[in-house]
Design a binder for this molecule. Structure first.
Ligand SMILES: C=C(O[C@@H]1C=C(C(=O)O)C=C[C@H]1O)C(=O)O
Length: 366
């Protein structure tokens, strides 16, 4: 653990890129330390490494290639540091008014039947002196063991950190998994899901299923369930399929941005957001994670004349998550990114409150 902290702090102090991450419920932390600070972009989805992809489809995906990085694993130890942060941000009335205006605009457009759903968002900025990214990362792993937690840094981009509950794509050989995640309520709110929330989540399931139809076989859709993400609950449907002749890159192109983070119809919603959201989402609602990284499986095989014999197989797997419940940091400023899905039944004040609740996921670790 001490070694992990030293590695992260060493890279940070010498302004060298790194990523440290923890997959849901995993026993270890993985890290990439690229050997130089050149910014590399992904050319093809056959490459192996850790990728960091922005929301905008026309922008390039950054890769820390496996081949030119030091790739390390560290055992994760529960260090029992449950100290909640006292850090808070005062509500800014002007920010609230602007966001309510954006929400009304989105609702008006839905009533005018331009969209069925649109996910609007905002950025909350505050002065902050981030000294130790390893501390931030370990708190994330501690508070959100069920999420994909990470801290990512490149000197030419800045630092990002987060705790994402949302799988975009997992692959194991030809097996493909994703999920439709939508609908939000506080975990301590004792109420049923509303029609609005159920409808909103169904739209996401239908659209993802549709996008996958042309690229996969054997589509399987699970029952809908409630999923906990920090202090929030979401509705979730798991979707599995077999990748036929299509490659992961084609599937991602068909899926991203899903209606969990953009809207329906996709292209119109995307254009609306470009014009009406008064800031650049950057990597928020993009995706990130392991691309074609080796997974070592140890199995025992009993062959005809032999005793049990252990053998190792290596399978290349991908684990990509949507970049939600995240923050960025550069030059003494922290930005927390939050949004929510708007449908015809949305109430602006409730949607504002939802973003306030979502911001707590990151505020807790500051
Ligand atoms: C957009 C965000 O979350 C997404 C929107 C949700 C919603 O509208 O209920 C729920 C989960 C995510 O798919 C966010 O966390 O910023």
């Amino acid at each position: 653990m001490q070694e992990l902290i030293q590695h992260i702090e060493g890279a940070w102090a010498s302004e060298m890129p790194f990523v440290a991450y923890h997959l849901p419920e995993a026993g270890e932390v993985n890290c990439f330390f690229p050997k130089d600070s050149q910014l590399r972009y992904l050319q093809h989805y056959d490459e192996a490494g850790f990728i960091f992809s922005p929301f905008k489809i026309e922008s390039q995906t950054i890769v820390f290639p496996e081949a030119s990085s030091e790739v390390l694993k560290f055992k994760l130890i529960d260090f029992g540091k449950e100290s909640k942060s006292k850090f808070s941000i005062k509500e800014n009335p002007e920010e609230k008014e602007n966001y309510l205006k954006l929400l009304w605009e989105a609702i008006d457009q839905i009533h005018a039947e331009r969209f069925k759903k649109i996910v609007v968002s905002r950025k909350i900025s505050t002065a902050y002196n981030l000294q130790h990214p390893s501390e931030l990362f370990l708190k994330l792993t501690q508070f959100y063991p069920e999420a994909f937690t990470y801290v990512w840094y490149h000197p030419k981009v800045g630092l990002w950190a987060g705790a994402s509950p949302e799988v975009l794509a997992k692959t194991y050989r030809t097996q493909f998994k994703t999920m439709a995640l939508a609908g939000t309520k506080p975990a301590d709110e004792d109420r049923d899901w509303t029609e609005k929330e159920l409808d909103e989540q169904q739209m996401v399931t239908d659209e993802i299923t549709d996008a996958l139809k042309n690229h996969t076989e054997n589509l399987q859709i699970s029952e809908r369930q409630t999923d906990k993400a920090g202090d929030l609950l979401h509705l979730r449907t798991d979707i599995r399929a077999t990748l036929a002749s299509s490659k992961l890159g084609d599937v991602l192109k068909a899926m991203h941005p899903t209606p969990a983070v953009c809207g329906l119809p996709k292209e119109k919603a995307y254009q609306f957001l470009k014009v009406n959201e008064a800031y650049d989402r950057d990597f928020y609602t993009g995706f990130f994670g392991e691309l074609n990284m080796p997974q070592h499986n140890q199995r025992s095989s009993r062959t005809q004349n032999q005793e049990n014999q252990a053998y190792k197989s290596v399978v290349r797997v991908s684990n990509l998550y949507v970049n939600l419940r995240c923050l960025s940091y550069a030059d003494g400023t922290i930005n927390i990114y939050v949004g929510g899905g708007i449908t015809k039944d949305s109430v602006p004040e409730d949607e504002w409150l939802e973003t306030v609740n979502k911001s707590r996921t990151m505020l807790k670790v500051l």
